[in-house]
Write a protein that binds this ligand. Sequence first.
Ligand SMILES: *[C@@H]1O[C@H](CO)[C@@H](O)[C@H](O)[C@H]1NC(C)=O
Ligand SMILES: *[C@@H]1O[C@H](CO)[C@@H](O)[C@H](O)[C@H]1NC(C)=O
Ligand SMILES: *[C@@H]1O[C@H](CO)[C@@H](O)[C@H](O)[C@H]1NC(C)=O
Ligand SMILES: *[C@@H]1O[C@H](CO)[C@@H](O)[C@H](O)[C@H]1NC(C)=O
Length: 364
Amino acid sequence: MARLLFALTLAAAVADECPLEGCEEAGLMQLQGKKENVVHEADQDRPRRDRRDSRYESYHHYKQYSYGPSPPTRQSTTSEPADPSTTTATPAPPPPLKCEDAEPQAPRNVSCGFVGEKKARVKPLDSDSVIKFIQCNLHFHLGAEHLSAGEYDLDSPPPGTEKASTVTPGKFCSVCDIPPVQLEPYEFEYCKNVSVGNTYEFHWVFSTGAPLVGLRDDGEEGQLGITDGLGGALNRTNNPKVIVRGQACRIINNASLDTEAKIEADYADFLTQWRTPPAGQGVRYMGSTTGDAFNDEVCSPIEVNWHMDTKCCTLSAQAFDRTCKAMYDEGLRDDLKPKGSRAPVSAANSAKVVFPLSEPTCSN
Ligand SMILES: *[C@@H]1O[C@H](CO)[C@@H](O)[C@H](O)[C@H]1NC(C)=O
Ligand SMILES: *[C@@H]1O[C@H](CO)[C@@H](O)[C@H](O)[C@H]1NC(C)=O
Ligand SMILES: *[C@@H]1O[C@H](CO)[C@@H](O)[C@H](O)[C@H]1NC(C)=O
Ligand SMILES: *[C@@H]1O[C@H](CO)[C@@H](O)[C@H](O)[C@H]1NC(C)=O
């Protein structure tokens, strides 16, 4: 019943929407509304392109562009009409996307004053859009993938921090203000290859194409329908819009969290809720998927609306492990350990404009 109510609320929220709102995406809406015209005009100027070229195909190779294993996409469960010349094997992966051909990338330098050089074609979706989207995943990277000067910008974790993972690290938050007792090791039960003192960048992935499990009565009570990897973003549509909320947190050991109730309160549903940044602290920008398979030469062909907290958050090891338990209970396994980080992309690969998530942060 609760799920049904939630679904109805969601439907009402969508129906109530003023048609003029969300016209930030005017360019895209226009394109969708007049698709045939656009194609027609384009075709007058240029030779017709094969619609099944690598960029289109690449959606079906989403797994390759994500940081880890994904469930099968729609493509793999659909049987195409038999064509003797092509039925022999799975299609070859598309060639890597050269950054000069790519749309703006992520992670970027989110410091005030950093200006990108690549023009985004649409404005990033804002905070209000998130409630209409469906979460399909939560994962975390070792270190921050993004860079924020004076916050998450250190090249290595604090000296003495246990090295629990061998994946490519990102940037780290300082723990100079943390008393040593809060940097004591913690025995994680559910999270793998993580340790106190380190920084992890958490990514809550929301998609228009995520499974409806949590919104329907066929799921277990409280089940979200989130899965390992990014494949869930493509569960019901091949060209979803994706919003990722990102937050870089340093991990402390809070020994005063000595009861389940205190841990539960401190955890505060981190599985689905980030620590909402205060007004002026969050930014949004057009970028891409991340992960250490990409750099400033090989870029990601998947667009993402990024919402990023520009400051370091502090997360207790107890709440972190409680989060991993919640992920485990949802069926996640691979995402219980950190992913490698992609280095912040160059200005040439960053979108020109960064928008405030809510209030203006700076006059970029
Ligand atoms: C979509 O998600 C549901 C629920 O997780 C799953 O059972 C189904 O196999 C998924 N379908 C595809 C095509 O990935
Ligand atoms: C990030 O941007 C800030 C502001 O422009 C700049 O001071 C800083 O040097 C940049 N960091 C890197 C690593 O490019
Ligand atoms: C994770 O930890 C295990 C056990 O300590 C270790 O064998 C493994 O190499 C680690 N994995 C990574 C990716 O660092
Ligand atoms: C540790 O947990 C207690 C109990 O929830 C809380 O009051 C305190 O602020 C926490 N300490 C830190 C450093 O986060």
